[in-house]
Write a protein that binds this ligand. Sequence first.
Ligand SMILES: NC(=O)c1ccc[n+]([C@@H]2O[C@H](COP(=O)([O-])OP(=O)(O)OC[C@H]3O[C@@H](n4cnc5c(N)ncnc54)[C@H](O)[C@@H]3O)[C@@H](O)[C@H]2O)c1
Ligand SMILES: O=C(O)C1=N[C@H](C(=O)O)CCC1
Length: 267
Amino acid sequence: MNEKIRIVIAGPRGRMGKEAVELVSETASFELAAVIDRMNEGKLLSDIEGFRGLDVPIFTDPAECFQHSNADVLIDLTTPERGYLHTKTALEHNVRPVVGTTGFTSEQLEELTALAEQKGLGCIIAPNFAIGAILMMKFSEMAAKYFDDVEIIELHHDKKLDAPSGTAIKTAEMISNNREVKKQGHEDEKETITGARGADFEGMRIHSVRLPGLVAHQQVIFGAGGQTLTIKHDSYNRASFMSGVKVSVETVMGLNTLVYGLESILD
Ligand SMILES: NC(=O)c1ccc[n+]([C@@H]2O[C@H](COP(=O)([O-])OP(=O)(O)OC[C@H]3O[C@@H](n4cnc5c(N)ncnc54)[C@H](O)[C@@H]3O)[C@@H](O)[C@H]2O)c1
Ligand SMILES: O=C(O)C1=N[C@H](C(=O)O)CCC1
């Protein structure tokens, strides 16, 4: 039998982290090696309510964690600042990161790409692990060949730290592969309340809605004379992301560079 993939999860007590702990525990080919938390140093995960039977160590320092856990893969589901530090530290310790955390800057993505290349290590940074969201992005990229005007509305729960969402930024980047930079709307338009027209990405507008009750949702609306095309995706729970996390862990073991977005690794 092949050896199990040894996994560290950063952010195990978070909304996504809890789902990831369950995924790793239930997958025969995966083994939870340790977790990185912002507290509970020196305890076992099983000491925390809700993680019965999971006798793996908790570390607060990522370098210590990777030195002691003999891990193959890091799954990071934390915050933009910590996620970047964890990803960099994992690569420095020859551990392959699978990162769902959003909000990294383009400079940070470039730096991590160079580090993965230099180490010859796989790394996957995926703004969205849900297959439907990846298809929404791909369909939007296709539609952009035929429509010059597009606006993105992303809607998330009100505990989200970053705006616009990682998915909205990735969608805009993919659309821009097939779209010339264009200022949209009336050439003389003025905002009477700042922010009314949303964020500006090469002239496309991105609008961020934050409300309790939501999970993760996006509409990409294309407009042309007499018609609109709306491409829409909804995640109603966080289990919707877990098949993408599983494929990413399996795939990252065979990569030797950083991949940003799951669209390029799905058939
Ligand atoms: N890629 C995707 O498909 C996808 C899906 C959902 C969420 N996300 C992203 O995942 C991230 C987490 O989302 P969430 O809803 O689970 O957030 P959350 O607030 O529920 O969880 C974040 C976790 O990070 C932990 N954390 C904070 N600082 C830390 C530190 N110093 N060391 C270790 N852990 C630390 C917190 O304790 C918490 O458990 C966000 O960036 C979000 O945008 C991505
Ligand atoms: O819950 C979140 O936060 C999510 N963030 C991702 C993003 O920023 O695109 C997507 C899924 C949910």
